[in-house]
Design a protein around this ligand. Sequence first.
Ligand code: BG6
Length: 287
Amino acid sequence: MNDHPLEIPGHLTLTAGEGGLPKILVESAFSRAEIYLHGAHVTQFQKHGEPPLLFMSAASEFAAGKPIRGGVPVIFPWFGGRDGHPAHGFARTTEWELVSTAILPSQAVQLILRLPDPDGYEVDFVVTVGDQLSMELRVTNTSEQPFTFENCLHTYFHISSISDISITGLSNTQYHDKVADLVATEGHEPIRFQGEMDRVYFNTTATTEIADPGFGRKICIAKSGSQSTVVWNPWIAKSIRMPDFGDEEFVGMVCVESGNVADDQITLPPGDRAVLAVNLSSESLFI
Ligand code: BG6
């Protein structure tokens, strides 16, 4: 691959990734990351001295028209299925353009990817790789009409074991349980996993935390511009049904997703911009 004019020697390089798809390698003073142009997909973020923050399936496809399984799929402009169209929208299977790169005063490395040829709106995805991983999905309505959409940063976290982790931050929040197909309200105990979980929590801007005693790590998911949080683990039967996911891989992952889905979808007036921002940080569980 020829040198790209936006490369930053020693910090940001464009290379051929899995399946020959273009991949951006980022090295910051604190961490390293990988981002595919395919889907504007962050597939890796790892702080120096820590296990990877993001889970990637060993069975993932890396091919035109197919979503990548793991990392941070960018879900836009719809979440879930939609009348014969691909699940979770087309953004995750589109080749995005790299439009800007920079080293910030904090020594974090920042890049901006743009969704090509949108009709009536512009979409930028800003990824900042430093001591934390920060992501912003910026949608601007450039049309004369209101624009209604869903969005989600469908983040897969790398964990030691699904049976040992717990999630806090969603107490007293109403959710749609997609497995049992019922609406319920979360209690005050941390969320733990004993089977398939697929829940959309509504009307919540709360920061959530994953406590992972096996890795001795606490992951903090802070967000803005997001009213929905989705918690997902496919467990045994669904893992077996997914062709691009290993039968046992559910043990080492959990999705905690930040976005605006279903009743929390966004209607953007002409000329307005919506910014979905997610900041992922981690620290020792034992301090
Ligand atoms: C989650 C949904 O966000 O994504 C689940 O709540 C879905 O219902 C999961 O199974 C994975 O979706 P996909 O399209 O990537 O297999």
